[in-house]
Every structure is written in structure tokens, then in C-alpha cells.
Write a protein that binds this ligand. Sequence first.
Ligand SMILES: Nc1ncnc2c1ncn2[C@@H]1O[C@H](COP(=O)(O)OP(=O)(O)OP(=O)(O)O)[C@@H](O)[C@H]1O
Length: 250
Amino acid sequence: MAVLEAFDIKLNLSGKNILDIDSFAINEGQVTALIGANGAGKTSFMQVLSLLQKPTSGDLFFKGEKIHKGNLLENRKKMAYVFQQPLLLDMTVKDNVQTGLRLRKVPKNEQAHRVEHWLERLGITHLAKQSVRYLSGGEAQRVSLARALALEPEVLFLDEPFTGLDSPTRGKLLLDLASLLHDTNIATLFVTHDYNEIPYLAHRLSVLDQGNLIQSGTPQEIYRQPKNQTVSDLLQWVPFQKEVKQAIIS
Ligand SMILES: Nc1ncnc2c1ncn2[C@@H]1O[C@H](COP(=O)(O)OP(=O)(O)OP(=O)(O)O)[C@@H](O)[C@H]1O
């Protein structure tokens, strides 16, 4: 079932056409990877879908209900965003995870339960009382993920969440994230430049080029039959056997 749908999205900024997308959907229980060259419009599209950027024109629907000014905040609360930089507040790990819950007036005992659960799930319980100032990049990104997931979003946006992490840290976090997304069934959209991540996380793959969505499908469909030269060029550096890659998630 589509959780979030977008139709006829156009985004024009400073006189420049950034996005022109006919239709797109994020489905329950699925992770969609969004790829494209630098400047293709990935972050801009993610910001439109997460209601952080108003499109110049077009419509968004949450579970079939049109999103408009009157229900924008209510719908934004159903979504969480993890950025490339963790953007943590200068407080303890626990407080970072709890703050969003406090702001959303989640009952106190429920706050404590969720914080405990997500710190444990992300393997950072031992850091709860530590200031975020002294965290490593991998630990900080785990806090950022715990903060987002504690909100129990219906849609999760991940904008290059593993960038800047060393290979073992990235690999471990990738596997932990894959496991918890599988368990929670949250509809997820993630932007990546590292195509090695796709088989671990993504059920669907969408390719953006110059603000246009040029192909969507399962990763395997797209690897096997790239729609045009642009998609083919983008994927030519995928380092593993395509069948092996898809086998990881299926
Ligand atoms: N506020 C703005 N005003 C004008 N142009 C903008 C603005 N924000 C983004 N752009 C342009 O929109 C295009 C898409 O940018 P965007 O950051 O969405 O691409 P991206 O695919 O996420 O790129 P990257 O992979 O480099 O992060 C770029 O050409 C960028 O320069």
C-alpha cells in the first residue's frame, strides 16, 4: 500500500527548474533507494516529499488523503528525516533521543520506554549519559537514527546516512539498519551514492536525472534492463555480480 504519493511535482528555485516528476510512491514495508548523479535533484525531491520544501506545483497524498496547508503539520509528524550530518543538539545522547518525544507531548512513561528501546536497538545504551560532543561519526549517526525511529514515523527519509563513516563502521550500521527496517516495516526512502548499500536495504530503486525520474523498479530489474544510457552509465561501476547483489535482500 502506498503511504506517500506524489503527482505532477514541479520545483522551481531561483528561476531554475529543479524537479519535474509525474508520479512517485513510497510503499509500506518497502525501502526505496533514490540514486542519481550530483545535482540530479535527490535531496530536493526528498525535501519536497518530507514536506520540508513546498513544491512550485503538484500534489502529495498521505495514505490517500491530500496534503494541504491545514494538515501539513499533522502529516509532517508522521515522518522522520536522518541527514548526512547527524545535527545533534549539544546535550546527552539520551536527551537527544528524548527531545522530539517531549516536543510531541508523548506521555512520560512512554518516552522513557521508547528511548530505552531505541538506544538498545541501535546498540548505544552504554552512551546514554554521554554528551554527544565526544561521539565518533558512527555513534553520532546511531543517535540520529535512534532519535528518528523513537518518533515511530510512518515514513523515514535517509539522506546519505553513511557518508563519512569508515568501511567497517558503515558495514555494521548498514546491517543493523537493514534488520530494524525489516522488523519495523517503515516505508523508507534513502538517498545514496554508494551502490553497495542498495542490495542490503532496498526493495525498490528509483533513478533521477536532471530533476526527472527516469526509471523505477526493483534493483534487479534496473540492473538487468537499464532504460537508457544514463541509467546504464550510472550503474556501470556496480562492483558485484548483479544476481549476487539482489540475492542479499531477497
Ligand atoms: N535554493 C536553491 N536555489 C537554486 N538552485 C538550487 C537550490 N537548491 C538546490 N538547487 C539546485 O538544484 C539542483 C539539485 O540539487 P540537489 O541538492 O537536490 O541535488 P542532489 O541530487 O541531492 O545532489 P548531490 O548528489 O550533489 O547531493 C542542483 O543543480 C542545485 O544546484
